[in-house]
Design a protein around this ligand. Sequence first.
Ligand SMILES: CC(C)(COP(=O)(O)OP(=O)(O)OC[C@H]1O[C@@H](n2cnc3c(N)ncnc32)[C@H](O)[C@@H]1OP(=O)(O)O)[C@@H](O)C(=O)NCCC(=O)NCCS
Length: 168
Amino acid sequence: MTIIFHTPRLYLRRFTLADAPLVQQLNSDPAVLRYLHEPPLETVEHAEEILRTIILPQYENKLGRWAIHISNTHEFIGWCGLKYRPELDEIDLGYRLKPSAWGNGYAFEAAQHTIQYGLKELQLTCITGRAHVENTASLNILEKLGMQFIKEEIVDNCPVKTYIIRNK
Ligand SMILES: CC(C)(COP(=O)(O)OP(=O)(O)OC[C@H]1O[C@@H](n2cnc3c(N)ncnc32)[C@H](O)[C@@H]1OP(=O)(O)O)[C@@H](O)C(=O)NCCC(=O)NCCS
């Protein structure tokens, strides 16, 4: 198992192809997908394809979406991480948790340490965060992280609020 870092209550690790059932379950939950511009993942085979073609290749440059586990129980609760978006030339902060794990500050904790890892360990100059204008839980996280609101815009056909945080 490749652990990226620990936080007070969590650890984040790289996904592997064996995680396809976890990814399929997460990405087929309507509550999770509510503000996301993507269709539900119907099968484990499709989840395996997403892992092979999208998630795992991002690990080549130390970035990527990482599986989040609760340290005490090892329960998988979702993912958080940094993704390079070549079409925007940006490093994007993202997070997605199972509804059963919401409301505990886990997403904030994972995102806070992901930003620290990106700025300190990877020496990134800037990280971008975006959320749908109605996704108040996610906007709340971006605000609490101390990210700076830049603008409202349409990205991937969605109205979003865009935030950034720069390296000092
Ligand atoms: C966005 C998402 C990750 C937010 O999850 P969340 O659990 O609401 O967010 P947090 O982890 O920050 O938890 C927030 C709440 O936990 C509570 N909490 C409990 N214990 C806590 C602790 N030790 N530390 C911090 N917060 C704690 C607080 O009430 C806090 O709310 P507040 O900041 O208003 O006080 C979740 O809704 C999700 O996965 N949605 C689906 C995917 C998605 O939309 N992703 C974002 C795309 S832009």
